[in-house]
Design a protein around this ligand. Structure first.
Ligand code: SF4
Length: 947
């Protein structure tokens, strides 16, 4: 018998809800399958009843316009429902045409509508009217803002102070666009947040395969190993999570290394709650089993690993023979027994053994990922990703179906029209010589460098970036940003108020997802796609025949978008073209005229996306029209084994083959490698092989770390005295509904998650006399914060954890973001000592949104990052987030949310870590290896240190 409602049940249900006397009783839904998404053919005119009007049957008509989410880097597709009677966005759902997200989103995607309708959002450009940080503003026109900012930059260029202009990005997501702007201006001014995010993990992958991100093919894996909570919140959260679950439903096993029982760990077959920083020991124990028990893919390793280079460098007396390499590798990792790994990590030897055998059985269908977690928490975190990749390499799971590929295989970096040449400046505020292998800019040390007078900034742009709150040592940021001698003019490009905008000179409102143009491509699976973020009201109106010149015409208030802003600003910096800037912002179709966004994307989609013009033509659309209609395009699928690609005769013409290494090079640049006599593409390393042995690391002062190894973490158990109440704080996770700063502009997300208690194991709590809900003081090297304890079995003993996406604050009664910020007072009590106290938690407030008066939650969480000193890894430059802390019951005068910090002490800690570095010059007098990736790479000659 068919399951379903009994006849009349639906009518009775609706009648009950509507009240018996209601004359309006909707018909039951028609029988048949549910329509998941409106068909694309109906996207111009979609009709549905207004759910809020029920029981009235108010029909609404919508234009459905695709865009992409901006609330993490995954770039999932969204579909905006634009009400055609009001030209307002009603809601966002998933875009079924998006190859990465396939119509699905996490909670943060649909919450975009809250951000757009936030009654406290910034709607016009603002200029500071008092002292920095005083919170006084006056509204200005875009013209006034543009002219003043452009004037300052122009003077800096004329005076050759190019290194005083800097752009610092928080939320990225615009393929190559800012690289082009920076190069068009001729400056080395691109800064990012990557060194508080993923640099260590990236460096490990970069050294192995010349691509700095892993691209796991989760959906086809038979065993998945995740270091951190990818299924729950991790990198490419929704696209990865859905594919991991697909694999699990098909029988794959999942293992998770995380000291915290995350939602991801709770879905895993093996939870491996490692002591923080010992993950590489476990991974090398797994590698040892695979090596010693002959479970490795001998042919793959022989053909693709640079073992010959290893033997020549580290065993010059041994014969260059593969069996000798295997013997040496077994000896190298001999000490990593499962018992050693258990003693280090606390994970039972039997579990490690079982996981190792599961990975070996999966062979090429072993997928793995580390992004933050262990790699971002510990000194030597880059060796964690080196060790993880070693496991993948041993079982031959690189580039395979169900394995892990270099990210570059699955990401499209589109060419843009008229590419400017590389800049001829090297900015040591970004890449100082102490960290020659830093994988990204030393971004979180910017205030420390400014205080040391390594440079100054004339114009400093922050873009959707909140370093005061996001970065460690936020009070040092406040000290630098408050000082006009260090930062002449701070321009915050932001959709929202935040802790950093308070210290800006201009606040320029920029659009959320659905209010801006850009393109994104991410390596979410074994395929390549590109997606188009577009201002949906503008696109809907243009579809209806109402052309728009600038995006702010259709956005709320005067909210603009960055594409048009940078074009306009560049023209004002160089109005007559004499500086050589303006020409890069001229139309590729109308000589000497200012490029429009339509022209920018027309050129990109016509010239840089393989297959798009042909596909669009089949539907009688231009490539731009196609992208405006569908929002995404799948370029390739099933990208496997690209390293095996045999080079065509044209590819090897005019090339030389190195007789010893087999590397094929043209004009000195490696393009392939001879493998068993066949010219193949290989990997993007100097050897074109997978570099088990990293000559780069060895030549640049880290010989002892040239092969995957185990670095003793700064929070290793040996340095923790539990008798004194010392524990390791893991602050690197977030709750799945949290964005960074912008969660506080979403009423839905703020209602779901609004506190970040300190997770502490039952046994530790008992030992310290702490019960659930107690106020506790968490003391770091430079200060303390006061939080509430959450006593749980879901964390390993000896470790406490606190989500870093809470503790938002504001200084004034309004100040914005009141869905998720506490009002605080800040006091500077002595030389370098700062105190913050919450004056008021979250309260209901009057606004245009009636829900703001219904706020029932009071807690905004605790801002812990302020109490962290900087810990720059001496190799990767990554901030090592984990902290040795002392946890005690709160003192008599402590109050929830209190923070105290000594910034003099934080400068001392900075110098202690600085002393661990091994500065350039390296071989050839270089600042940095020439082959190593660098964002917005300057001209080759700037790599040479000349002073
Ligand atoms: S995972 Fe969530 S927040 Fe990230 S892009 Fe997708 S929908 Fe947006």
């Amino acid at each position: 018998m068919k399951r379903g409602f009994r006849p009349g049940a639906v009518e009775r249900f609706f009648r009950m809800l509507a009240g018996k006397s209601s004359p309006v009783v909707p018909s039951p839904p028609p029988s048949g399958p549910l329509a998941s998404y409106p068909d694309v053919a109906s996207w111009d005119h979609w009709e549905e009843f207004d759910a809020l009007a029920w029981p009235r049957r108010d029909k609404k008509t919508y234009a459905l316009v695709p865009t992409i989410c901006f609330n993490c880097e995954a770039a999932c597709g969204l579909l905006a429902y634009v009400d055609k009677s009001t030209w307002k966005i009603r809601r966002f759902e998933g875009n079924p045409m998006h190859p990465g997200s396939r119509g699905r989103n996490c909670a943060k995607g649909p919450a975009t509508i809250n951000q757009i309708n936030d009654p406290e959002r910034i709607l016009q450009p603002l200029r500071r009217a008092g002292k920095r940080g005083e919170g006084k503003w006056r509204a200005v026109s875009w013209d006034e803002a543009l002219d003043e900012i452009a004037g300052r930059i122009r003077v800096a260029f004329l005076e050759k102070r190019h290194n005083e202009i800097m752009y610092h990005v928080g939320r990225p997501g615009h393929e190559r666009a800012m690289e082009r702007v920076m190069r068009g201006w001729g400056i080395d001014g691109h800064n990012s947040h990557t060194n508080v995010c993923s640099s260590s993990a990236r460096l490990g992958y970069q050294l192995w395969c010349g691509s700095d991100r892993p691209s796991p093919d989760h959906a086809n894996a038979r065993f998945i190993l995740l270091l951190s909570s990818h299924l729950e919140t991790g990198h490419y959260f929704n696209p990865h999570a859905q594919r991991i679950i697909e694999a699990k439903m098909a029988g794959a096993k999942i293992a998770v290394m995380d000291p915290r029982l995350s939602n991801t760990a709770s879905m895993a077959d093996y939870w491996m709650p490692t002591r923080p920083g010992t993950e590489a020991a476990v991974l090398l124990a797994i590698a040892r089993i695979i090596l010693c028990d002959d479970l490795f893919d001998r042919e793959f390793v022989r053909r693709w690993v640079n073992w010959e280079e290893y033997l020549r460098a580290e065993h010059p007396d041994a014969s260059v023979d593969f069996d000798v390499f295997v013997e040496k590798a077994r000896a190298l990792y001999g000490r990593f027994t499962t018992h050693f790994a258990e003693a280090e990590s606390g994970v039972p030897a039997a579990t490690i053994e079982e996981v190792a055998r599961g990975i070996a059985a999966a062979g090429p269908a072993f997928a793995a990922h580390v992004w933050r977690g262990a790699a971002s928490g510990n000194v030597g975190g880059w060796q964690v990703s080196r060790a993880l990749q070693l496991v993948s390499v041993l079982v031959g799971a690189v580039g395979t179906k169900g394995g892990t590929s270099p990210a570059g295989w699955n990401k499209l970096s589109p060419a843009l029209f008229a590419e400017p040449p590389a800049q001829r400046f090297w900015n040591e505020l970004l890449f100082p010589r102490e960290w020659p292998l830093a994988h990204y800019e030393m971004s979180f040390l910017l205030p420390h460098f400014l205080k040391e007078k390594r440079g100054r900034l004339e114009v400093y742009f922050t873009r959707v970036y909140n370093p005061v709150w996001t970065n460690p040592d936020g009070f040092t940021w406040i000290e630098a940003l408050s000082d006009e001698a260090m930062v002449g003019c701070h321009v915050a490009l932001t959709p929202t108020w935040n802790e950093t905008t308070i210290f800006a000179d201009f606040i320029l409102p920029m659009g959320h997802a659905g209010e801006r143009h850009d393109v994104q491509s991410q390596e979410t699976h074994a395929g390549t796609w590109i997606s188009f973020r577009q201002p949906v009201l503008r696109a809907a109106r243009e579809r209806a025949g109402h052309p728009t010149q600038y995006t702010y015409e259709t956005n709320p208030g005067e909210v603009w978008e960055e594409d048009e802003f940078w074009i306009e600003l560049s023209w004002r910096i160089d109005p007559d073209g004499a500086l050589g800037v303006r020409k890069w912002f001229e139309s590729p179709y109308r000589k000497g005229e200012k490029v429009t966004v339509d022209e920018y994307y027309r050129w990109l989609f016509e010239n840089s996306v393989p297959g798009l013009p042909e596909t669009a033509a089949k539907e009688n659309l231009t490539p731009l029209e196609y992208m405006r209609r569908y929002g995404a395009f799948e370029v390739k699928r099933d990208t496997y084994d690209l390293h095996e690609t045999i080079l065509a005769p044209d590819d090897v013409r005019d090339s030389e083959v190195d007789p010893k290494s087999g590397v094929i090079a043209r004009s000195g640049a490696p393009t392939g490698v001879m493998i068993d006599g066949v010219p193949r593409r290989g990997f993007a390393t100097p050897s074109r092989r997978l570099e088990f042995y990293s000559p780069t690391t060895a030549e640049w002062g880290w010989q002892e770390a040239a092969v995957p190894g185990y670095t003793t973490s700064h929070v290793h158990a040996r340095g923790i005295d539990e008798k004194k109440g010392e524990l390791v704080l893991v602050p690197t996770f977030r709750l799945p509904t949290m964005i960074h700063t912008r969660s506080a502009n979403s009423k839905w997300l703020s209602e779901i998650s609004h506190r970040n208690p300190l997770l502490i194991h039952t046994s530790d709590a008992e030992r310290l006399g702490i019960v659930n809900g107690d106020l506790v003081r968490v003391t770091t090297e430079i200060g303390f914060s006061v939080n509430r304890a959450w006593v749980t079995e879901g964390i390993r003993p000896g470790v406490v954890a606190c989500s870093h996406h809470m503790g938002r604050w504001r200084l004034t009664d309004d100040g914005g973001s009141r869905w998720g910020t506490a009002k605080v007072t800040i006091e500077r009590t002595g030389d370098g000592v700062w105190k913050m106290r919450q004056a008021e938690g979250i309260r209901p407030f009057k606004s245009a949104d009636a829900d703001s008066e219904r706020i029932w939650w009071r807690d905004a969480g605790v801002h812990q990052n302020l109490t962290f000193p900087v810990h720059p890894d001496p190799v990767s430059g990554m901030h090592c987030w984990h902290q040795k802390v002392t946890v005690t019951k709160a003192l008599k005068d402590d109050r929830y949310g209190d923070v105290q910090v000594d910034t003099k002490r934080s400068m001392e800690v900075y110098r202690e870590w600085l002393a661990l570095t091994r500065p350039a010059p390296g071989p050839g007098g270089l600042r940095r290896p020439l082959w190593l990736a660098r964002p917005v790479r300057p001209a080759p000659e700037t790599f040479v240190i000349r002073d």
